[in-house]
Design a protein around this ligand. Structure first.
Ligand code: 4NP
Length: 148
């Protein structure tokens, strides 16, 4: 199983989702592949945001080696499940995929926590450090649901 976590910048939310899900899969001894990407190209090659790194580290997860990359059309072929962490991201994924994209592979991340949900993980980019813990917590709960 190959899973891709997608947000806008690939520096705040999806790196946390990649790190947390990998950690839980390790503990569950499941050999799935997890990666992340962003629909915009503003931060390509950058490490995760320092507050994303910090909140993960506080929970025993090191995401410092991740580097931002852009979501591409080829990812539809590479991955079995593509999680959009927000509705604007879902729409961007659809645009990048074009008319024949296999959109059945794309799910709203929070729909794993609550079936049918189209809710978005809040974007902590424009706020201060206090926004990162709630984001971590909702991602953590959702990753528990994915592993279960
Ligand atoms: P992310 O947060 O999508 O969770 O990585 C953002 C990071 C950067 C920008 C937007 C969202 N940006 O516009 O640069």
């Amino acid at each position: 199983m190959k899973i891709l976590m997608v947000c806008l910048g690939n520096i705040c939310r999806s790196p946390i989702a990649e790190g947390v899900l990998k950690h839980k899969l390790d503990l569950a001894k499941l050999d799935w592949h997890v990666a992340s990407a962003g629909t915009n190209g503003y931060h390509i090659g950058e490490a995760p945001h320092r507050f994303s790194q910090k909140v993960c580290k506080q929970h025993g997860i090191d995401i410092s080696n991740q580097r931002a990359r852009r979501f591409t059309k080829n990812d539809f072929e590479e991955y079995d499940v593509i999680y959009a962490l927000a509705m604007d991201v879902y729409e961007e994924i659809r645009k990048i995929g074009g008319t024949h994209a296999p959109m059945h592979k794309v799910k709203m991340f929070l729909s794993e926590l609550q079936e049918g949900s189209t809710a978005s993980v809040p974007d902590p980019w424009y706020g201060d450090e206090s926004g990162y813990l709630p984001v971590y917590q909702i991602i953590d709960q959702t990753c528990d649901a994915i592993v279960a």
